[in-house]
Design a protein around this ligand. Sequence first.
Ligand code: NDP
Length: 240
Amino acid sequence: MGRVAVVTGGTRGIGKAICLALQAKGVTVVANYAGNIESARQFTAETGIPAYRWDVGDHEFCIHNCNDIAAEHGPIDIVVNNAGITRDAVLHRMSFEDWNEVMRINLGGCFNMAKATFPGMRERGWGRIINIGSVNGQSGQYGQVNYAAAKSGIHGFTKALAQEGAKFGVTVNAIAPGYVDTDMVAAVPAPVLEKIVAKIPVGRLGHAEEIARGVTFLASEEAGFMTGSTMSINGGQHMY
Ligand code: NDP
């Protein structure tokens, strides 16, 4: 594709699969990560993809790092807002910090990255912003008012920004993955996970590569007529 992409949270899990899939399409990829230096080093050694460390919940860090990436690798054409965290608890036990941190990183990160890159895409007349939401943002989930609200917010953010980008060749789409076998899901207690898998019609967890294939499509030239959409990749867990 000859484009430059930034994938937030790109060094592990779904983000890593997205980086590899974009790289395989000829995209120059840069990954971001929060602080797990060991997995970032391993990722760069394996893939040759540079990994920049910063917190996507921090507005100034996003602006500065995206400017640095553009200076080093060229203007950023594709942004995949994939970085995300969970801080699960039922509401009566959830702290304000747990609420705020999930909103700051999962939803605030999308705003920060769009502020850093959307104006340039708009000026150049081409861009792709792909936001990773969640099935739990579509249907809600017990113990996740923070996460479900942030992910649901991502879907609204996507539709609003898509309208602003449409006339300028910038598409903005979301992917809502179901449960995927990454570290994030490994943290779910086994009995809870068994019940979840029992409700997935295809009868298994998804693989990170299955989400990444959706991203490469949305990032492609061929997807230019698709904007403001949410692509559900969830094994049939939630249909509408
Ligand atoms: P992982 O926990 O496996 O990986 C998370 C990645 O995000 C890591 O690279 C991590 O960096 C990075 N990250 C976390 N916080 C920040 C931050 N503040 N700034 C920058 N980077 C950050 O997550 P998954 O691969 O499972 O999930 C990826 C995305 O997909 C998330 O948005 C998640 O909500 C969403 N999703 C996942 C599902 C699943 O079943 N796994 C289902 C639906 C949606 P570091 O390594 O340094 O910690």
